[in-house]
Write a protein that binds this ligand. Structure first.
Ligand code: MGD
Ligand code: MGD
Ligand code: SF4
Ligand code: MO
Length: 722
């Protein structure tokens, strides 16, 4: 069954749950919306990156008339100071003014997926889509409509407020938005009750930095200078990663376990620490619960056994445990990458126990570094961003986004999904089991509506496409999951062509469908101002006016943020949980995915599909010519041993395949992967590749052990010369 009720706590939902109850909406009179006027016709405004990226860079945009004359990082945010990443440096040309940008509504006039459309007016598009939605609701109920959105725009206005209200109001199926972060968060919450540990800038105080399943040089690049600063002060940098990432190449020590075996590795470290009495017993006694159960449990995770599971040397495991336990202050940085395994949440849960076992939390710069979204959950007023009380207890069914392909193709689903509404996401590229997703999108009876900037591989399947504004053309407020900085995004330009913000699209549909409820019609600026209308201490000195004048601001946090120096865990007991009898696994265990003997033989290689491209953010920007040129050919990293057994040489054209799909790609023979593991980049659009399939054609829609995330990296393949 694909109709599943929510059980996990979504990262984004958690923000809603933890948001404090709000004051009444105060729609203060609005200032003149002209930005900071420099000279006649020229103005400078502050904004921030909308991407699903932990850095959330602040920027400054100067325009003259309808041209952008300067687009640069704002130096006022010391975390992202003066630097946008390579992905975003040329954003105005690459997205806002790109000649391929969709600037008017389009209606399909060829076969599904062919990408042939005619321009129509907003009136016609809104009228026809509203009519089709009304008809579906009348015949089958709102649950026959599925919204599909993710982190394409992380603004609270364009990614959340009005779209969520619209779909809840029509009683649409709910989407379990679990493709990123849910498993990681579920694991860390089980142990610590919150994910906000060491703050990114405080890593400079750490002297032993374990980057466990994260690749900051690529994916969290503004953290890297702080890591280097710690290194200059004597810190040792360790990476734990089955792939030799750029970060691993720069580390002092790269520990390279087999993918998906981190739970065993963490339990093995705990085995050594406890066996050699290296733990901080005083911290354990005061601030943790379940040490006896943990101790008994890790008995079986001997270095020998863990070596056999992880493929690491026994002595390396012992050395790592001893070094980690002795180092002060030690930090373990985790992010997302490691979660996409069937064991993903358990891995985060087990790793999160290590700082409590060694008492690392006692020291400034010591502990676990993960996310920061909870700070904004407390700081902001979520009243106008969240669902109104009358809609917040939704009882409509939930569909897990990982299983989109199955859901679209499931004829037993009652009601079937008759309309798919995609915005802020590109599922034909980013969702696992790509061929099944595309088969679903090809259904002639499915109404597919897409709001986009470009003719993505998903938009090609649409019946109607609406042109969305880019972040330079709309208001928004951006919290962050990776920094404590809050940003206002002021529009620098008027919407290009006929583009409209997501919020306006749903206000127009609501109006056309005849809805009266005021909560559907809040203006973007009213939402922004209401979100900032908060008296929380973290918001001291931060207001709409100050953000508008100064750009991104750090929440007003205590000077030394040490959340668990004296316990204070946010679990029900207030302690760090080494053991929890209420969970399916009272102590995390290493439970691998079991393949049949036939499958293991037919598809012997483990496939990682990673965020290795420097210029892509998932599938975003993968249509821009200079970016594709810089990224170069689509390649499979394969170990020399695996290559020679198959007669493969560096550069050879290859076919990578399994029961779900086939990808054409070129060989890169290297020792960046160990034997038995292969790796390819994620994000390329299938339509632009030879063979018409990209990484997710090979991935599966398995779920993680907790958090109902996607075990995207649990895939096996075979490779041959093409
Ligand atoms: N350039 C670039 N930056 C990005 C993105 C992008 O697409 N491109 N995407 C953004 C998004 S959406 C996110 S969620 C973040 C993610 O940020 P990260 O979590 O840092 O990034 P990932 O690249 O997903 O994974 C990091 C590392 O985890 C490793 N890994 C995979 N499986 C395992 C495992 O089983 N165990 C261990 N120990 N390691 C494993 C991978 O080899 C990879 O090097 O990055 C953001 N930043
Ligand atoms: N194989 C494999 N698959 C993965 C991953 C992996 O590592 N490997 N990573 C997973 C992760 S961590 C994530 S977060 C997901 C990301 O998957 P998606 O959320 O699908 O991310 P993007 O590919 O960036 O697509 C976002 C789309 O939103 C559009 N967009 C941007 N702003 C706006 C706007 O204001 N309005 C509208 N209407 N559209 C807008 C962009 O043009 C873009 O096409 O991918 C997941 N899939
Ligand atoms: S993608 Fe990330 S690093 Fe790049 S500008 Fe946006 S927030 Fe900054
Ligand atoms: Mo992500």
């Amino acid at each position: 069954m694909d109709s599943e009720k929510k059980t996990g706590i979504a990262r984004r939902e958690f923000i809603e749950i933890s948001a404090k109850s709000a004051a009444a909406i105060s729609l203060a009179s609005l200032p003149a919306l002209s930005g900071c006027v420099n000279s006649e016709n020229s103005k400078t405004v502050f904004g921030a990156c909308y991407h699903d990226c932990p850095d959330r860079c602040s920027w400054k945009v100067t325009t003259k008339g309808d041209k952008v004359t300067e687009f640069a990082a704002s130096a006022d945010n010391p975390y992202t100071a003066g630097n946008l990443c390579a992905k975003m440096a040329r954003f105005p040309e690459d997205v806002t003014f790109h000649p391929d940008r969709i600037l008017s509504p389009l209606k399909r006039n060829g076969p599904k997926g062919s990408g042939t459309f005619v321009k129509i007016s907003w009136d016609q598009a809104i009228g026809e889509v509203a009519g089709r939605l009304r008809k579906i609701i009348g015949q089958k109920g709102g649950e026959a409509i599925l919204p599909y959105s993710f982190g394409g725009n992380q603004g609270l206005v364009q990614g959340k407020a009005i779209p969520n209200r619209f779909f809840a109001h029509i009683g649409a199926s709910q989407l379990e938005r679990t493709i990123c972060g849910n498993a990681a968060v579920a694991g860390v919450l089980a142990t610590n009750g919150q994910t906000t540990g060491v703050l990114p800038e405080d890593i400079v105080h750490s002297r032993y930095i374990v980057l466990w399943g994260t690749n900051p040089i690529r994916s969290n690049q503004h953290l890297w200078p702080f890591i280097l600063k710690a290194k200059r002060s004597g810190a040792k940098i360790i990476t734990v990663d089955p792939f030799q990432s750029e970060t691993s190449q720069e580390a002092d020590w790269h520990i390279q376990p087999l993918p998906g075996t981190d739970t065993a590795l963490a339990l093995g470290l705990m085995h050594v620490i406890l066996a050699e009495n290296l733990q901080d017993q005083d911290y354990i006694d005061r601030y943790t619960t379940g040490i006896a159960e943990l101790k008994a449990h890790v008995q079986k995770y001997t270095p020998e056994k863990v070596a056999a599971i992880t493929g690491l040397e026994k002595d390396l495991i012992i050395e790592f445990a001893r070094e980690y336990a002795a180092a002060t202050p030690s930090v373990i940085r985790v992010l997302i990458g490691m979660e996409h395994q069937v064991n993903g949440a358990s891995a985060f849960r087990a790793v999160a126990m290590l700082p409590a076992l060694t008492g690392a939390w006692r020291h400034f710069g010591g502990g676990l570094m993960h996310m920061t979204y909870e700070l904004f959950g407390e700081a902001l007023n979520w009243e106008s961003a969240n669902l109104p009380p009358s809609l917040s207890e939704q009882t409509t069914r939930s569909i897990n986004m990982i299983k989109l392909g199955k859901a679209l193709n499931n004829s037993d689903l009652n009601p079937s999904i008759d309309a798919l509404f995609v915005f802020n996401s590109n599922p034909a590229v980013t969702t696992p089991n790509q061929n099944l997703v595309r088969k679903g999108l090809s259904r002639p009876d499915l109404l597919t509506v897409v709001s986009e900037h470009f003719m993505t591989d998903t938009a090609r399947y649409a019946d109607y496409i609406f042109p969305a504004t880019s972040v330079l053309e709309n208001w928004d407020i951006l919290s962050s999951w990776g920094t404590p900085y809050l940003n206002l995004n002021e529009p620098a330009l008027k919407p290009l062509g006929e583009s409209k913000p997501n919020s306006e699209l749903f206000r127009l549909l609501a109006r056309e469908m005849g809805f009266q409820e005021e909560y559907l019609y809040l203006s973007d600026l009213d939402i922004v101002k209401n979100v900032l209308d908060s008296n929380h201490e973290y918001m001291k000195g931060i207001s709409f006016e100050s953000l508008r004048k100064e750009g991104g601001q750090k929440l007003n946090l205590p000077a030394k943020w040490m959340p668990h120096a004296s316990g204070n865990f946010k679990t029900p007991s207030g302690k760090c949980h080494f053991y929890d009898p209420n969970l399916a696994q009272a102590v995390p265990d290493y439970i691998p995915h079991l393949y049949s003997e036939a499958d293991s033989k037919q598809y012997p290689l483990q496939l990682l599909t990673l965020k290795t491209p420097k210029y892509l953010l998932n599938s975003s920007h993968a249509n821009v010519a200079h970016i594709l040129e810089k990224e170069g050919t689509f390649y499979l990293e394969i170990h020399p041993g695996d290559a020679s057994r198959r007669g493969i040489s560096d550069g050879d054209p290859l076919k990578v395949f399994n029961q779900r799909g086939e990808v054409l790609i070129n060989a890169r023979v290297s020792k960046k992967v160990t034997e038995g593991v292969v790796c390819m980049p994620h994000g390329f659009w299938p339509s632009r590749l030879k063979g018409g399939s990209s990484a997710n054609a090979l991935t599966d829609d398995l779920l993680t052990d907790m958090g109902r995330g996607g075990a995207i990296q649990e895939a096996r393949v075979e490779v041959s010369k093409a």
